[in-house]
Write a protein that binds this ligand. Structure first.
Ligand SMILES: C[S@@+](CC[C@H](N)C(=O)[O-])C[C@H]1O[C@@H](n2cnc3c(N)ncnc32)[C@H](O)[C@@H]1O
Length: 249
């Protein structure tokens, strides 16, 4: 971790860190100092350790941290939230900062990122946040039965649905931060969503009154019934498992 007080924008001589936008105070309230510390860590260690590109330094607040925190307004009170594919902690950490009433599990398979996440959670004192190492399909026992499963920039909607549905309780939600591809992905992956019991699928834009580039999410509700597709057995990644017939001699 970088020493408090070090100037993160001097780490590799790149662009300056974006100054904190006024909207951050609205989004984070009295948790703003924690969000500021997170931005400093991303701008320092996050870049040095290769979890964030150096060019992102000039848009850490607007494109990453505020954008990730805006859908926190969609989380239920005292919700159990699982963030799949957290990477450097997005959107899970900004959500955990903005919503201390929620318990957030960050799921990430890569050890280098997991180490970073554990250090950040400790440094920020995020008591409502824990890190679980593994792929989404491997952590159902440790992170399942969530009220909401979030994700950002992890996979196309169909594959995401396959990974997320088993982690959501019946009646809970998948909330995928998607951007401009949201409407198209809903149409393209409608069958995959239905196959894992995700219904009431819709696109919502969050933060319209607050920022010029609001966050576009896909929301879907987990219906009763199996959260895995019927039919031929599939591997967790959604590929069909092909039974190989022994070659004839
Ligand atoms: C492009 S990064 C996005 C990271 C972060 N969500 C963000 O918006 O900056 C995708 C992340 O998903 C993780 N990932 C890939 N496959 C996964 C899986 N099956 N389950 C959980 N995480 C996965 C990767 O290790 C990586 O950290």
């Amino acid at each position: 971790m970088q020493e408090p007080g070090a100037a993160p924008d001097e780490v590799d001589g790149g662009t300056d860190v974006e100054s904190r936008p006024e909207v951050a105070a609205t989004v984070f309230g009295d948790r703003l100092p924690v969000a500021e510390r997170y931005v400093a860590v991303l701008a320092g260690d996050g870049i040095v350790r290769g979890l964030i590109g150096p060019r992102e330094r000039s848009r850490l607040w607007s494109r990453h941290v505020v954008n990730s925190a805006l859908p926190a307004s969609l989380l239920p009170a005292d919700g159990r939230v699982v963030d799949v594919g957290s990477g450097a902690g997005l959107p899970g950490i900004p959500m955990a900062i903005a919503r201390p009433d929620c318990a957030v599990v960050l799921v990430e398979p890569l050890i280098r990122r997991v180490d970073f996440l554990r250090e950040v959670v400790a440094e920020l004192g995020l008591d409502n946040c824990r890190v679980v190492r593994g792929r989404a399909d491997e952590v159902v026992d440790q992170a399942g039965d969530a009220d909401v499963v979030t994700s950002r920039a992890v996979a196309p909607l169909g594959r995401l649905a396959l990974w997320c549905a088993p982690l959501v309780r019946v009646g809970g939600e998948m909330i995928a931060l998607k951007g401009s591809s949201a409407e198209r992905e809903i149409i393209e992956h409608a069958d995959a969503l239905a196959a894992v019991g995700l219904g009431d699928v819709r696109v919502e834009t969050v933060g319209v009154d607050l920022v010029t580039d609001p966050t576009v999410v896909v929301r879907a509700v987990r219906r009763a019934g199996p959260a895995r597709p019927a039919g031929p057995r599939r591997s967790p990644a959604g590929r069909r498992s092909v039974r190989r017939t022994p070659r004839r001699r």
